[in-house]
Design a protein around this ligand. Structure first.
Ligand SMILES: Cc1cc2nc3c(=O)[nH]c(=O)nc-3n(C[C@H](O)[C@H](O)[C@H](O)COP(=O)(O)OP(=O)(O)OC[C@H]3O[C@@H](n4cnc5c(N)ncnc54)[C@H](O)[C@@H]3O)c2cc1C
Length: 243
């Protein structure tokens, strides 16, 4: 039964993203109709660097809604069900996740926390339990099929699967929601697995759309201080109380 590694792949994003965000911002402050400006934006008559500069500066004022017009889609594999449960709590997003009803876990892959992996006796016990689970799942599934559950066997046998079970998910978020996601999940307070995934997504976003994501990440990166209580502060930035 294999251990699976995290993989985050960029799939697609809204075309002409920077120009679209620039146009949306400009419509707020411009007396004319922004659609008349659109061909010039696409042809490059309005320098992309000028657009990026305008967008970055306007975002600093907290005017965030124009970035909602651009979405990005990622495919992720090698995360646990414990991680995906945290991800799907972010409601301003769209998800399509591998089903444990339609896909049988006959050779279940799993995620092992690094803290367990580095202690030999913990690793051994973890792997032993994964074997036990796999065996119970396969036995139950077989018994259910024998008793006529056939295509429904997966959906009942899966009740014994652990949170460590590997899953795959496609997720789409607009840039405002992505920034919020990074604020919460790139923070050292976030759980290690969802943080690793968020960090990989952030690297991709910074490359694809630096005008929006250059200062992305945990809230402290934008604030210059840690908004958490001293109990949860990691020490990277001073807490609000300290400054
Ligand atoms: C470190 C950490 C620990 C956590 N611990 C727990 C825990 O112990 N238990 C637990 O249940 N969850 C926990 N969570 C999950 C957390 O409570 C949120 O559900 C999750 O982070 C999604 O955030 P969100 O609701 O802001 O995002 P989204 O659902 O994407 O929403 C984005 C924003 O839209 C607005 N919004 C969305 N829906 C509503 C609504 N119905 N009403 C009003 N405004 C809305 C809010 O401004 C919200 O911030 C934890 C999260 C983190 C980062």
């Amino acid at each position: 039964m294999p251990e699976k590694k995290l993989r985050v792949e960029f799939m697609t994003m809204t075309p002409d993203a920077l120009s679209l965000i620039y146009a949306a911002f400009r419509q707020c402050y411009h007396a004319g109709f922004v659609a008349d400006m659109w061909p010039k934006l696409l042809s490059g008559d309005i320098d992309p660097e000028v657009q990026a500069d305008f967008v970055s500066k306007t975002m600093e004022s907290g005017h965030d809604s124009p970035v909602e017009h651009v979405s990005m889609t990622f495919a992720v594999e090698g995360i646990s069900r414990a991680c995906s449960h945290q991800i799907v709590r972010h409601r301003i997003a769209s998800y399509s996740q591998q089903s444990q009803r339609y896909v049988a876990e006959n050779d279940m892959e799993f995620i092992m926390p690094p803290a367990i992996a580095k202690i030999p006796e913990a690793r051994e016990r973890f792997e032993q339990f994964m074997d036990e689970v796999q065996s119970a799942y396969s036995d139950l599934r077989g018994i259910l099929v024998e008793h006529g559950r056939k295509s429904k066997a997966n959906e009942d046998a899966r009740f014994v699967l652990p949170q460590a079970a590997e899953t795959k998910i496609v997720m789409t978020m607009n840039c405002r929601s992505l920034n919020h996601f990074f604020n919460l999940r790139c923070c050292n307070r976030a759980q290690w697995e969802v943080r690793a995934m968020a960090d990989m997504m952030l690297d991709i976003c910074k490359e694809k759309l630096p005008a929006i994501f250059a200062n992305g990440g945990a809230r402290c990166e934008q604030l210059g201080y840690c908004p958490e209580s001293p109990k949860f502060a990691c020490g990277k930035y001073p807490t609000r109380e300290k400054i």
